[in-house]
Design a protein around this ligand. Structure first.
Ligand code: AKB
Length: 315
C-alpha cells in the first residue's frame, strides 16, 4: 500500500500540534498537511488556512494535495462551548459532516474522529464506565460529540467510510496548552507549580476524572488508525483509559518533587461539567480489539512533565 497523504484539521490545538509532528516523523514532513484557522509559525509547514465550515475550501485542499486520510481534530471544547452553544454545535457537528461527506465522495482511505468522556452524563454509571451505557451529556460539546459518534457509525454502515474514533479522557502534555476544556487544570497545575509555586484550581479537590498522558493519547490514535480494518468492531468511539486522579492527588504527586508547592480551590462553572462525567473507564474493547495498553500512570507522567517543562519555564 502506498504511503498516506494526511490532512489534519485543528492542527494548532493541544493534540493537533503533537500528532502533526509524530505523523511527520513517520511519513515525512510533506506527507502531513496541517490546517487551522490561524498559523503558528513556519515550522508548521506544509500548512493551509481552513475554516472547517468552508466546504468548498475543504474540497479544494483535499483535491489539490491528493489527501487520502483525515484526522479531524477541529472542535470547540466543553467549557468554551458553553459560552456559545449554537456556534459550538455548528463547528463540531457540521464540521464533522463536511468531513464525512468528503470522505464518502472522494473515497478517502480513513478518517479519525476524536470523541471524549464528555459524551457521558449524570445517568451514566460513574465507576469503570462500560462502552455501551446511557449517554445524556450535560454540555453542548458532549452533545455534539455523542451525535458525531452516531454519524460516524452511520457513514461506516451506510457508505463504508472507514472512520475510526476514540473517547479521549483529559489529555496532559508538556508540548502544548489545552484551550477551553474542563480537564485543562491538569496541565495548568504543572506550569503553575514551576513558575508560581501555587495553583488555584477551578475544580473541587475531590473531583476524580479519567486522564491520559499525551504520548499515550498519540500512541492510541496512531495504533487505532494502523489497526487492520477487520479488528475495528466499534465505529462510534472506543472507550480509552490510562489513569484517574483528583486535583488533590495530582497536587500531592507534584509535591513529591516540589515540596513547597501549594494548591487552593475555587470551583467555578466547570465543576458542574466535571461532576457530570465519569470517574474511571472500562476500555477492554480497545485492549482486546486492537491491543491498546497505556504506558504512563500519574507518578510516571509527573516525572516526565516536570523533566520537560522545567528547562522550558525556568530559564
Ligand atoms: C475537555 O475538558 O473539554 C476535554 C475533553 C475531556 O474532551 N479535554
Amino acid at each position: 500500500m502506498s504511503s498516506p497523504k494526511i490532512l489534519i484539521t485543528g492542527a494548532n490545538g493541544q493534540i493537533g500540534r503533537v500528532l502533526t509532528e509524530e505523523l511527520r516523523k513517520m511519513y515525512g514532513q510533506n506527507a502531513v498537511l496541517a490546517t487551522d484557522i490561524t498559523k503558528l509559525d513556519a515550522t508548521n509547514d506544509p500548512f493551509e488556512f481552513l475554516d472547517i465550515l468552508n466546504k468548498q475550501r475543504l474540497k479544494e485542499i483535499v483535491e489539490d494535495h491528493h489527501i487520502t486520510e483525515i484526522y479531524h481534530l477541529a472542535a470547540i471544547l466543553s467549557a468554551n462551548g458553553e459560552w456559545n452553544p449554537a456556534k459550538t454545535w455548528n463547528i463540531n457537528l457540521n464540521g464533522l459532516l463536511a468531513i464525512l461527506d468528503l470522505a464518502r465522495d472522494k473515497e478517502l482511505d480513513k478518517v479519525f474522529f476524536p470523541s471524549t468522556i464528555a459524551v457521558f452524563g449524570t445517568t451514566t454509571p460513574r465507576i469503570n464506565t462500560a462502552q455501551d451505557v446511557p449517554l445524556l451529556p450535560s454540555t453542548v460539546y458532549g452533545m455534539s460529540k455523542a451525535t458525531g459518534e452516531l454519524w460516524c457509525n452511520y457513514y461506516f454502515n451506510k457508505y463504508g467510510v472507514d472512520v475510526r474514533s476514540l473517547r479521549y479522557p483529559g489529555i496532559v502534555g508538556w508540548q502544548s496548552l489545552p484551550a477551553g476544556g474542563t480537564t485543562d487544570y491538569a496541565v495548568e497545575i504543572y506550569h503553575a507549580a514551576l513558575t508560581e509555586g501555587h495553583y488555584e484550581c477551578f475544580l473541587d479537590e475531590n473531583t476524580r476524572l479519567p486522564m491520559m498522558y499525551m504520548s499515550d493519547a498519540i500512541k492510541a490514535t496512531i495504533d487505532l488508525m494502523h489497526a487492520d480494518k477487520e479488528k475495528i468492531r466499534i465505529r462510534y468511539g472506543y472507550n480509552l483509559a490510562a489513569m484517574s486522579f483528583t486535583p488533590a492527588e495530582i497536587a500531592a504527586e507534584i509535591r513529591r518533587h516540589i515540596a513547597e508547592f501549594k494548591i487552593s480551590y475555587k470551583p467555578d462553572f466547570r465543576q458542574e461539567i466535571a461532576a457530570s462525567w465519569t470517574e474511571s473507564i472500562d476500555d477492554s474493547n480497545a485492549r482486546n480489539d486492537w491491543g491498546w495498553s497505556p504506558q504512563f500512570d500519574l507518578p510516571a507522567m509527573t516525572v516526565d512533565m516536570l523533566h520537560h517543562l522545567k528547562p522550558m519555564l525556568q530559564k
